[in-house]
Design a protein around this ligand. Structure first.
Ligand SMILES: [Fe+2]
Length: 359
């Protein structure tokens, strides 16, 4: 049975009448109770999912200013984002978080060769930021580590995103996803497309885990769901607007031909599952190569999985090895030189990588 207990935010004021009028007429709260009728000292106002308990205080009483945030959505047509200040100095902020629709390209070459800058994230995970520039909140790429083995302190949650992909660098973990009959065992070389809003939970690690996670937009909210236990038997719907579907690509080492000469390509199915939003492939070579190319994508991101690669851009040479990553600006001549083996991830947005080789 649901409880009827509602929490109240206490606001103290010496401007009692004006404050009641402000919350009723300017903000849109409803006056539910007032006491005593002959000389009111207390009022209860209800609105936007909270109750305010307004209390009259003497003029020289020192009270804290209250800040109330009211989140608008695309359906709150009649309320515009604004900030209102009450006669007693309290702040009411109506805000709207817009979804990011337009992606921006890196205007400069962004490279990450620092393997030591880890920060503590959610649920005991360590994060290394691979694209700190973010291109106007367009994209975040993280190297995530979970070093402990066993049960993970995670809750059923989902992300307010347009796109999110995971690649398992190493380790083995049990995950639960909405509308998947069984638990997912995610391990080295696998990749997962998490459609927007899909509920999921990290259950337990069998081996220390390392994952690359690429998400758009860069800043996004993680929300928790306390009503759905995973895996769920009865199908639920998460985001009807998104055309993408859940994908668990199991490492197959199946290699096809590549746009790069002397390279092979392992397709993951991200292109089809994301409904052409992005593509993630693994490129490999074991021979001596030198190739020059330009690309025409908004984002073309690389992560070295194994071996080494010499990259030349703007007459500068970069010697890259395992766990180094970079994003190339579009329409910029880039040279890759491989002397022995190399294996890297290549993520392109939108859709497949539009690469043109230059002789
Ligand atoms: Fe998540």
């Amino acid at each position: 049975m649901k409880s009827n207990i509602i929490a109240e935010v206490v606001i103290k004021t010496s401007e009692f009448e004006k404050e009641v009028s402000f919350f009723e007429n300017k903000v849109g709260f409803k006056l539910k109770e007032i006491f005593p009728a002959d000389s009111p000292k207390f009022a209860l106002l209800e609105g936007f999912g909270i109750n305010i308990f307004l209390k009259l205080e003497k003029k020289n009483y020192e009270y804290n200013v209250t800040h109330i945030r009211i989140k608008l959505d695309e359906n709150s047509y009649n309320i515009k984002p604004k900030i209102l200040i009450s006669p007693g100095g309290n702040k009411v902020e109506f805000y709207l978080k817009k979804k990011l629709n337009k992606l921006n390209s890196p205007s400069i070459f962004e490279i990450n060769q620092n393997n030591k800058s880890w920060s503590k994230g959610r649920a005991g995970m360590l994060y290394r930021d691979l694209l700190p520039l973010r291109y106007g909140n367009s994209v975040i790429a993280s190297h995530i580590k979970l070093e402990t083995i066993g049960r993970v302190n995670d809750k059923v949650h989902y992300h307010d995103v347009n796109f999110q992909v995971l690649y398992c660098l190493k380790g083995k973990v049990k995950l639960a996803y909405e509308n998947q009959k069984n638990y997912i065992i995610f391990q080295t070389g696998d990749c997962i497309l998490q459609p927007p809003q899909i509920k999921h939970q990290v259950i337990e690690t069998y081996e220390p885990l390392e994952v690359i996670e690429i998400t758009s937009p860069a800043e996004h909210i993680t929300k928790f769901d306390y009503n759905l236990a995973l895996p769920n038997k009865k199908k639920t719907s998460y985001d009807k607007q998104s055309k993408s579907s859940f994908l668990h690509y199991v490492n197959s080492n199946l290699e096809g031909t590549s746009t790069f000469p002397n390279f092979t390509e392992e397709k993951t199915g991200i292109y089809e599952a994301s409904s052409k939003y992005a593509d993630l492939i693994i490129k490999k070579s074991n021979s001596l190569n030198q190739l020059e190319f330009l690309h025409n994508n908004i984002l073309l991101f690389f992560y070295i999985l194994d071996g080494s690669l010499k990259l030349i851009l703007d007459n500068k040479e970069y010697q890259l090895t395992k766990n180094h990553s970079f994003a190339l600006p579009p329409n910029k001549r880039t040279c890759f030189i491989t002397e022995s083996k190399v294996k890297f991830l290549q993520l392109s947005i939108p859709g497949k990588a539009e690469i043109r080789l230059v002789n």
